[in-house]
Write a protein that binds this ligand. Structure first.
Ligand SMILES: Nc1ncnc2c1ncn2[C@@H]1O[C@H](COP(=O)(O)OP(=O)(O)OP(=O)(O)O)[C@@H](O)[C@H]1O
Ligand SMILES: [Mg+2]
Length: 374
């Protein structure tokens, strides 16, 4: 899968751009403020319907313009897809896939899956469970088709249970009704996540085994509640935990245990990685994780996510950059990398790779290589 062409209109400082990308590597160079990150952001908005830089999407519409338009031509196994998105300042969002209206943003993500790596990613990722859970579930969403439905059903049940807790009702029949469904869906989610964990481990360990400071990495999953003893079934155990925790749940007004609290546990020997690795080393690990996930998604079908890598060179020394490029050379994904100078990136790419180099200046994007030849 590859993004072949991107047309962006009135997106940040890009008034009008029509870019033909390479199916392997795309390097975007230019000064600070020229619009490099904005190109990655445009691709991300097409996929996710939201930005990674702001929660207010109207901020990405060019000043003094009423709407932005993005259009992508995507090579998708044997066919070509056309995905277009329009967003007005008043908040209307319109997406079309091959001319037909798209109902759910998730449908865009499924034809144009992307993985983003930016300088702040590693801080968010290693700072708390939410990012790690989202990362993990994004992979699952692509690999396990039933996951999304189960997750939606679970969210509904959780919402009902939390609403009861907020209304300060003591334990009653209604809780019991929701708790039975809570248990059943939680166990389904746990099973789906465990299957995916197995695949992720198989993809990441061969990458990290090559890196001295990551060679002892272990990857595990906390389901969101404590493991059961052997005396009860998984259902009975979780139901009992919900009941034991009921008074605390009532005090806080929401449910404290369950798959909404799941977490990916990354350790080196017995230590959590964030307590032992340096910032640069954590960045290398994050690259390994995201690339491993891309590879898992690729192996499960045809959807390999695009890798959007903003400002790759920052904070990485030469050895670390080499590790990251070794990982990148082991992926089938189409890669987009921004850097101030092409000399920060090009020497690290193998001579066999197809590379497009683009220079960005005041929102104008020009291809500067010779059709992929260097
Ligand atoms: N809504 C908007 N309309 C017009 N211009 C905008 C808008 N939002 C941001 N800009 C400008 O667009 C440019 C976007 O820069 P961007 O962040 O893409 O640059 P960059 O090339 O990634 O720079 P750096 O190397 O510093 O990361 C900036 O100059 C910014 O001031
Ligand atoms: Mg930038």
């Amino acid at each position: 899968m590859a993004l072949r062409q991107l047309i962006a209109k009135d997106f940040r400082n890009i008034a009008n751009a029509d870019i033909q990308f390479c199916s392997q590597w795309n390097v975007l160079t230019g000064d600070n403020g020229s619009g490099k990150t904005s190109v990655l952001e445009a691709i991300y908005v097409l996929s996710h319907g939201r930005s990674f830089r702001t929660t207010k999407l109207q901020k990405v519409i060019q000043h003094d313009c009423d709407e932005l338009t993005l259009f992508a031509r995507i090579d998708w196994s044997m066919q070509q897809l056309a995905l277009g998105v329009q967003r007005t300042r008043s908040g209307e969002w319109l997406a079309r896939l091959n001319g037909e209206a798209v109902q759910r943003v998730a449908d865009c993500a499924s034809v144009l899956p992307v993985q983003l790596l930016q300088p702040e990613s590693f801080r968010l990722f290693f700072g708390g469970p939410k990012e790690r859970r989202q990362f993990f579930d994004l992979g699952l969403f692509h690999v396990e088709p039933s996951f999304y439905q189960t997750w939606l059903q679970f969210q509904k049940v959780l919402k009902h249970r939390n609403a009861l807790l907020k209304s300060r009702q003591g334990y009653n029949e209604q809780y019991h009704y929701w708790d039975l469904q809570f248990v059943q869906l939680s166990l389904q989610l746990k099973q789906q996540r465990q299957r995916y964990l197995h695949l992720l481990r198989q993809a990441i360990l061969p990458l990290t085994a090559q890196v001295p400071f990551l060679s002892q990495l272990t990857v595990d999953l906390y389901a969101g509640w404590s493991e059961q003893g052997s005396e009860s079934s998984a259902e009975q155990h979780l139901l009992a935990l919900l009941q034991q925790n009921f008074s605390t749940d009532l005090k806080f007004g929401y449910t404290q245990i369950g798959p909404q609290k799941a977490d990916l546990k990354l350790k080196i020997a017995d230590d959590a990685v964030e307590e032992i690795l340096s910032r640069g080393q954590l960045k290398v690990l994050l690259f390994a994780l995201k690339i491993a996930q891309s590879n898992v998604i690729y192996d499960s079908g045809f959807k390999q996510p695009l890798l959007l890598i903003d400002d790759l060179a920052s904070e990485l020394d030469d050895d670390s950059k080499r590790y990251v490029f070794d990982f990148l050379h082991k992926t089938q994904s189409q890669v987009f990398i921004t850097a101030i100078e092409e000399s920060q990136i090009l020497p690290l790419l193998s001579m066999q790779s197809e590379v497009g180099v683009f220079h960005v200046e005041h929102g104008q994007i020009k291809r500067t290589d010779n059709d992929g030849r260097r």
